[in-house]
Unconditional design. Structure first.
Length: 206
C-alpha cells in the first residue's frame, strides 16, 4: 500500500471524522484539519500525498487553498468535496488542477478508489522525476569534451567519424565514450541518446 499521507481539510467535524474513518479503514495514513490555515501551518509538504478539501470554509476557502498550493509550486493531487456542487465552482477547481470534485455526502467506496488511484499515479510521477534528476545530475559530471562526444554520437556519427570531425585519435574518442557510458550508467549508445533527450528536455522546461 502507498505510504503517502492523505490530508483532509473540512470545517465540519462530522464530515472530517467520517472521511478519516473511511480512509483509515482502507489502511491509509491520514491527517485531518478543520481549516486551510491549520493545514498550511501543520503540513510539511515534503512527503507527497493527496489532499481532500471542502470547497466552502470560513476564512480561506478550498479554491483559495488550491490557489495557494499552486502559487507555492506544491503539486499534490487534490480532491474537492462540497455540499454545493454548482457548475462554476466545479469549473474553477478543474482549471486549478483539482483531480476530482465529489458532492456530499461522499460515497466512501468511490472516495477510497480515487484516492488510491491518485496516490499510485503520484508515486509513478515522483519516480519519474527522481530518475530525471539522476540523469540530469550524471550528465552534469561530464567534461566539455565528453558532452561534445555525446552530441556527435546523438547526431548519428560513428567513433571514427567523430575522431575525424574533432581532430583527435580514434582511441581517444573510444575512451571518452567509455567514460561517458560509465558516468551516466547507460548500457549502450542508444540508451545514452535517450537519456540525453530526457536531460535536454528537463533543462528546457526547468
Amino acid at each position: 500500500m502507498n505510504n503517502s499521507t492523505v490530508y483532509i481539510v473540512d470545517d465540519d467535524p462530522a464530515v472530517l471524522e467520517s472521511v478519516q474513518d473511511s480512509l483509515h479503514s482502507a489502511g491509509m495514513l491520514i491527517r485531518g484539519y478543520q481549516s486551510a490555515q491549520e493545514f498550511i501551518l501543520g503540513c510539511s509538504f515534503h512527503g507527497g500525498g493527496c489532499l481532500i478539501v471542502d470547497l466552502q470554509m470560513p476564512g480561506m476557502t478550498g479554491i483559495e487553498l488550491i490557489e495557494w498550493l499552486r502559487a507555492n509550486h506544491i503539486e499534490m493531487p487534490v480532491i474537492v468535496i462540497s455540499g454545493h456542487g454548482d457548475i462554476p465552482a466545479v469549473v474553477e477547481t478543474m482549471k486549478l488542477g483539482a483531480a476530482e470534485f465529489l458532492e456530499k455526502p461522499v460515497d466512501d467506496r468511490l472516495l477510497v478508489t480515487r484516492v488510491r488511484e491518485l496516490l499510485q499515479a503520484e508515486t509513478v510521477r515522483n519516480n519519474e522525476k527522481a530518475k530525471t534528476r539522476e540523469i540530469r545530475d550524471s550528465f552534469a559530471t561530464l567534461t566539455e569534451r565528453e558532452k561534445e562526444v555525446v552530441e556527435l554520437l546523438a547526431s548519428g556519427l560513428s567513433s571514427k567519424q567523430i575522431a575525424a570531425k574533432v581532430g583527435i585519435a580514434l582511441k581517444t574518442v573510444e575512451n571518452h565514450r567509455t567514460h561517458v557510458l560509465a558516468k551516466t550508467r547507460a548500457v549502450n549508445v542508444a540508451s545514452l541518446v535517450r537519456m540525453k533527450m530526457i536531460a535536454s528536455h528537463h533543462s528546457a522546461i526547468a
